[in-house]
Design a protein around this ligand. Structure first.
Ligand code: GLA
Length: 558
């Protein structure tokens, strides 16, 4: 008999030890208490529960999630907390939201009313911090209405937020915020068992409402990670994950995250950076797709195949169509493809190094050229891709290099996973093996610089200094153009990497004319242990409110 598939739900904890590593519990206990008290100060009531969702660092697989290729991120310790109380008090037909942040000066309090059947408007041009709550609210209400029927009426919500993921720092503060908000809303509005996959999908959709055509990596890592394991995320045939532990090695290896302090807000720079890359990858996919059957040549197949990527057709889908359904026509046209065996690596290698070069020989393509080559109008391209949802103002597109990055980066993820699964090839030493892992990270960085153009001088400098000081592999992590870097470092070399970055990068750096403080420099480089994903902390059966989990570790964390 087939085993029933277990649907994983977001855990509900009653002590912080279930959420954090032991060493983190003391500091977190104080922070959670401040949030709890902060809530009571502002609302004169205690919260019913607190939801939490972490940021992430991506180990490898950059800018390929929206092309639906697998990626390997892990959750970090830093996270967003959302304390909430729901009640039914407002006037008939409406519900009220009051939302505050523990750092009220930076993130001002807001309150407003919505009609019970509201679709929740988001003005993404305002870049308000509460837009992320609104995004989570919109997605959550849709799901709650589907589950509870159209007559269902939301309860009023009092909300207090606190986040430790640095904003615009490349560690996915936005996914942590959207996900923690969406989880709090679902739970607070009565959904006591929140399915992890459902929450992840909802958070992906919700974040796309805030101005970024993002893939699904950040939300998957935030919701579904487990302590001490990286998360292998696959997007096809459907969203699924595998927890991957690193082999024990001598010397032991750690991941170090180093901030660049170059702000990278992918929402603000979307039209020139992130959203433009999504468009470039999509246009490249169309150009490749057009080669795949005689009827399609010179025009796009109709209807277009559809997938779950932000613009609904991706390089990953075209790749799968090529290998799954390639017919005699394709084989005659691209005879080299027939020599490729059916391993994923060979197939990716053929795409990255042969197919893309043949189909996209030019470095750049104008909109007009792309339209002509696909047999469509420029308006069609604008309407369906270039100006769909979040318009990008570009007139020329670097299709070949973007596609080459995607296929080669996808290959690096497979190679990395292969290495983790097979371990060292004796007599290879652990260190030699670790260097092979590190090489893949270094190659990823190279491709981000040369092919995807998503690095920044500061990120390149950090990677260079870290490698010289003992990092085996160094690269940007997340969207790039600033933000954070990740480094694979033997534990014995962490101090020398830290010292090198302090001396060569942070010491002379200033932000808005001000030198970095010692504390900023100290916090800029951290060793990151894989953390756990989204959780609910139920405070309702603590008899004495925050005093019951108090300031001492014993009570929050035991
Ligand atoms: C951002 C996006 C992710 C992913 C990365 C780049 O973090 O939110 O979906 O595309 O950039 O790998």
């Amino acid at each position: 008999m087939e085993k029933p598939v277990e649907v994983e739900t977001v855990p509900v904890h009653e002590n912080l030890g279930g959420i954090y590593h032991d060493i983190e519990v003391r500091g977190e206990s104080e922070r959670w208490t401040s949030l709890y008290k902060g809530f009571e100060d502002v609302f004169e009531l205690s919260p019913d529960f607190i939801s939490r969702s972490p940021g992430r660092v991506n180990i490898i697989g950059e800018h390929i999630d929206y092309s639906l290729f697998p990626v390997l991120p892990m959750a970090i310790h830093a996270d967003t907390l959302v304390a909430m109380k729901t009640e039914r008090r407002g006037r008939e037909g409406y519900f009220k939201i009051e939302i505050a942040n523990l750092e009220g000066e930076q993130f001002p309090k807001e309150s407003w009313e919505e009609t019970s059947d509201s679709e929740i408007a988001i003005d993404e041009k305002t870049h308000a911090w509460t837009n992320y709550f609104r995004a989570g609210l919109r997605g959550s209400l849709k799901l709650l209405r589907e589950k509870n029927g159209a007559d269902w009426r939301p309860r009023d919500m009092k909300v207090m937020v606190h986040g430790t993921v640095p904003p615009a720092g490349g560690l996915s503060s936005s996914a942590a915020l959207v996900t923690a908000c969406a989880l709090a809303i679902l739970y607070g509005q009565g959904m006591k068992k929140v399915e992890k996959l459902e929450l992840t999908r909802l958070a992906i959709e919700s974040e796309r409402a805030v101005g970024v055509n993002s893939g699904g990596m950040d939300q998957s890592a935030s919701v579904m990670s487990q302590k001490d394991a990286a998360l292998y995320v696959q997007f096809t045939p459907k969203l699924s994950v595998r927890h991957v532990e690193f082999p024990k090695m001598d010397p032991s290896l750690v991941f170090v995250i180093a901030q660049s302090f170059v702000k990278a807000d992918k929402k603000v720079s979307g039209p020139f950076h992130y959203n433009l890359r999504v468009v470039e990858c999509t246009l490249a996919a169309l150009m490749l797709l057009q080669q795949l059957s005689p009827e399609a040549e010179g025009k796009l197949p109709h209807p277009l195949p559809q997938d779950d990527s932000p613009l609904n057709i991706s390089l990953g889908t075209v790749f799968n169509i090529f290998w799954d359904t390639a017919d005699d026509y394709t084989r005659t046209k691209f005879p080299d493809a027939t020599k490729v065996d059916d391993s994923m690596l060979q197939r990716l290698d053929y795409f990255a190094n042969r197919f893309v070069d043949e189909v996209l020989p030019s470095e750049t393509y104008s909109k007009k050229e792309i339209a002509q080559s696909l047999g469509v109008s420029e308006e069609y391209l604008d309407h369906n891709f270039i100006k769909k949802r979040f318009p990008v103002p570009a007139e020329t597109f670097r299709l070949r290099d973007r596609a080459k990055h995607v296929f080669s980066e996808a290959a690096r993820v497979y190679k990395f996973m292969d290495l983790l699964e097979s371990g060292p090839k004796r007599p290879e030493t652990d260190l030699e093996f670790a260097k092979r892992l590190g090489d893949l990270l270094n190659q990823s960085q190279q491709s981000c610089i040369n092919k995807f153009d998503c690095s920044a001088r500061e990120l390149d400098r950090i990677c260079l200094y870290a490698r010289v000081a003992g990092s085996l592999g160094s690269r940007l992590t997340g969207a790039g153009w600033g933000g954070a870097t990740v480094h694979l470092v033997p534990a014995s070399k962490v101090n020398s990497v830290r010292a090198a970055l302090r001396e060569q990068y942070y010491k002379d750096m200033s932000i808005n004319g001000e030198r970095l403080t010692d504390k900023q420099i100290e916090d800029a480089v951290i060793v990151s242990r894989p953390g756990s994903g989204s959780a609910i902390f139920s405070t309702s059966n603590k008899k004495d409110g925050y005093k019951a989990f108090g300031n001492e570790v014993g009570t929050w964390g035991e």
